[in-house]
Design a protein around this ligand. Structure first.
Ligand SMILES: Nc1nc2c(c(=O)[nH]1)N[C@H]1C(S)=C(S)[C@@H](COP(=O)(O)OP(=O)(O)OC[C@H]3O[C@@H](n4cnc5c(=O)[nH]c(N)nc54)[C@H](O)[C@@H]3O)O[C@H]1N2
Ligand SMILES: Nc1nc2c(c(=O)[nH]1)N[C@H]1C(S)=C(S)[C@@H](COP(=O)(O)OP(=O)(O)OC[C@H]3O[C@@H](n4cnc5c(=O)[nH]c(N)nc54)[C@H](O)[C@@H]3O)O[C@H]1N2
Ligand code: SF4
Ligand SMILES: [Mo]
Length: 675
């Protein structure tokens, strides 16, 4: 008997069937609407995650003197962690203990982790890797619409639009089954526009591909809106009825004529005019952003500028049109709704809102005043570790920080400065390897839990295989710690029970899960929170109107100079996932290691050929890897995937002032042949 469940990886959360409880076999689940049986290469190979020599099956502790690991019992391991936490608290109060979560964790785990921090640990110091993923689009969505749900409509709506503009998304490699929607849209006569400094497999499907200098999407949006306003292509009735702020925005784009945009972005004036003409004459336009546009120190303003384009055209809330953000991690959406974020309580409530605190404290059975306030954002939290004012103990669930954090060498030194590092993982990730205590946990279809996909559809990842003996679920680890710390609140370990509690805690909040049950999810093949399509009649601000914000182009925090003359950008390849902790261990997936993608003109200038080793350096560090010489990238830009240690030694830790997103997608670098 096969069990219906979902992929371990990205935010599409493709449905799949799993048979065989000990040697799982993946097969298609055609009836699941999002992917209709299609999976990408990683999904088909998912069974390779199970078992394996590298799987952790016993708690481990590391002797700091010798560096030796030894296996200990669960009781011993959890006692040590609780002792270490108490010691840290005794040395300077509850904020000496920090928690770092992940957008790959189920809703139940994200919720329990936030509750552990606020109730059992009493710390404000919790944030998660989604800060590096979704935060710019989330902050822009809240400011513009009053609500943040990645796609406010089902993904399949893409097929109904007339022009789809993908800003910084390579979905043909990052969510391959979604690329079918582009093909079907084009068969219908619709157009696809891709904005990416590289001609990716996604751009190969585009009718128009614009290849801007990394970090200039904001100027591009301003220039586009300038042309649309000048051509009278905006929708005055919609602007008057459904928005505020248009006059300021209109004035702010007045000086962004195409030649100025060309100087900043490298996009020729005639290309920008072609795009404006295409959008201006189309009844339905859809703009989707992803990490290429968002992972910048100007990411949230960039998203606001693209939202302004969609609003000015009167598209948001209209069927087959509007704005959306393509979320990333398996639970990128739900992971940012239920309280593992520094400023948040479950249901997407704000931790500084007295009514929200009273409601959630009521569900948890504690006093509202006992809940801490907002803490530090992900990078700021890591940056503070082991400093006199910062946390001295850290608990990590669901992130491989050593590989994926910006300015990773510095972050690694902060981790090493801790008195106690505890990592819950399924394998000895690069981060777990630095820990004092490693706790081996169940993963994916070894346990049941809900995930909220990129459309806001809550799906049930059902247990289908038997976990290896010796491991415990994250929920059991959290409950075990809470009990040892003498927590006032109870921590159930049955996922369905946790989900019901999460429903109560989220009730009445912006992301309200109270009407969703496991049975409904099974029957309906996923349930959208807030409804299938949002904003048809009103936005979530009290007056029902969307807010347009006039934003200024600032450019990347670091510009090329004589010593670092090229732009470095980073991203993903199809067969690897994130820090690679999981996929690099799946033997049926290709792992050729990192590479440096560069244009033949640049390769010629520095005298390297295909496969020659090059050295890339920035103000923060350097790495070496073979050159991948391709004509598809801008000659002034190099690209490095971040699935292996290296890329993030280079990246810039400049943060967006609103979202605290690091500038993963652009910095100044030098590239030379490796001696
Ligand atoms: N195979 C695979 N799929 C994944 C993941 C994975 O690790 N591997 N991770 C998942 C997660 S968590 C996420 S967040 C998503 C990310 O999904 P995407 O956002 O699609 O992925 P990226 O490769 O990070 O970036 C997309 C594109 O942005 C371009 N880019 C770089 N700089 C700029 C810029 O300044 N402007 C513009 N317009 N484009 C730029 C890059 O060239 C790249 O092609 O993928 C999800 N799916
Ligand atoms: N240079 C550069 N850096 C980037 C990005 C970029 O584009 N460029 N993208 C950023 C983005 S968008 C993201 S999302 C981050 C992702 O980067 P990370 O936060 O490192 O994400 P993962 O590699 O998915 O790490 C998840 C870890 O949790 C473990 N794990 C899996 N399932 C479970 C579970 O159920 N419980 C527990 N306890 N552990 C589990 C995995 O084995 C793995 O070690 O990287 C960011 N870093
Ligand atoms: S697209 Fe994403 S969810 Fe679907 S199979 Fe691939 S990794 Fe899994
Ligand atoms: Mo992500």
């Amino acid at each position: 008997m096969a069990t219906e469940t979902h992929c371990p990886y990205c935010s599409l959360q493709c449905g799949m069937r799993l048979a065989g409880r000990r040697t799982p076999e993946v097969s298609a689940w055609e009836e699941f609407p999002v992917n209709q049986g299609a999976l990408c290469r990683k999904g088909w190979a998912a069974a390779g995650l199970y078992g394996g020599r590298e799987r952790l099956t016993s708690p481990l502790v590391r002797d700091r003197g010798t560096g030796e690991w030894s296996a200990v019992s669960w009781d011993d391991a959890l006692d040590r962690v609780a002792d270490g936490i108490r010691a840290a608290q005794a040395s300077g109060g509850p904020d000496r203990v920090a928690v770092f979560g992940g957008g790959g964790l189920t809703n139940e785990k994200a919720y329990a982790l936030g509750k552990l921090a606020r109730v059992a640990l009493g710390t404000s110091q919790i944030d998660y890797n989604g800060r590096w993923c979704m935060s710019s689009a989330a902050s822009a969505g809240i400011r513009a619409f009053g609500l943040d749900r990645g796609l406010p409509f089902p993904l399949v709506d893409v097929e109904e639009t007339d022009v789809l503009v993908l800003v910084g998304s390579n979905l043909a490699e990052t969510m391959p089954p979604a690329a079918r929607h582009l093909d079907r849209l084009r068969e219908r006569g619709g157009k696809v526009v891709v904005i990416d400094p590289r001609r990716t497999p996604t751009a190969d499907r585009a009718d128009l591909h614009l290849q801007p200098v990394p970090g200039t999407d904001l100027a591009l949006a301003l220039g586009l809106l300038h042309l649309l306003a000048a051509a009278g292509a905006v929708d005055p009735a919609y602007l008057a009825e459904r928005t505020t702020g248009w006059e300021d925005v209109r004035d702010s784009v007045a000086s962004w004529w195409p030649e100025r945009v060309e100087r900043v972005t490298g996009i020729e004036a005639h290309e920008l005019r072609a795009l404006a003409a295409m959008l201006g004459r189309s009844p339905r336009v859809m703009v989707l952003t992803a990490r290429g546009a968002e992972q910048h120190s100007t990411g949230s303003d960039t998203v606001l500028a693209w939202i302004n384009v969609a609003l000015a055209l009167g598209m948001v809330g209209r069927r087959g049109a509007g704005y959306g953000c393509l979320t990333g991690q398996g639970n990128g959406q739900g992971g940012r709704e239920h309280g593992q974020k520094a400023d948040q309580l479950p249901g997407y409530r704000r931790i500084d809102d007295p009514a929200a605190r009273a409601h959630v404290a009521g569900v948890w059975g504690v006093e509202p005043d006992s809940l801490p306030g907002p803490g530090r954002s992900a990078y700021e939290l890591l940056d503070a570790l082991g400093t006199p004012d910062g946390p001295s103990a850290l608990l990590v669930l669901g992130s491989n920080i050593v590989v994926s954090a910006p300015r990773a060498t510095h972050v690694t030194s902060r981790l090493e400065a801790l008195d106690l590092l505890v990592v819950c993982d399924i394998v000895m990730s690069e981060t777990a390897a630095l820990a004092d205590v490693v706790l081996p946990v169940t993963q994916w279809a070894e346990e049941t839990g809900t995930m909220t996909n990129l459309e806001g559809r809550v799906v049930l990842r059902q247990r289908a295989v038997t976990p290896p003996s010796g491991v415990r679920s994250d929920l059991e680890v959290i409950a075990g710690l809470a009990e040892r710390l003498g927590s006032a609140a109870s921590f159930p370990t049955d996922p369905e029970e946790v989900f019901a509690e999460l429903g109560r805690a989220s009730a009445g909040g912006p992301a309200d899960y109270s009407a969703i049950t496991y049975d409904r999810i099974r029957d309906e093949k996923g349930v959208f929170w807030g409804g299938e399509r949002l904003f048809a009649d009103a936005f979530a601000h009290p007056d029902g109107r969307a807010r347009m914000h006039a934003v200024e182009h600032r450019g990347a925090a670091e510009q090329p100079c004589a010593d670092y003359p090229v732009h470095l950008t980073t991203g993903r390849v199809l067969a690897q996932y994130q820090s690679g902790a999981q996929t690099r261990r799946v033997r049926s997936l290709p792992d050729d290691g990192p590479f440096v993608e560069l244009h033949p003109l640049l390769a010629g200038r520095i005298g390297v050929g295909q496969g020659d080793v090059v050295r890339v350096a920035t103000r923060r560090g350097e790495m070496t890897a073979p050159a991948k010489v391709v004509p598809t990238i801008r000659p002034d830009t190099v690209f490095v995937p971040f699935h292996w240690v290296g890329a993030n030694r280079l990246t810039n830790d400049a943060l967006d002032p609103a979202s605290r997103m690091p500038e993963f997608k652009v910095c100044a670098a030098s590239v030379v042949a490796h001696a």
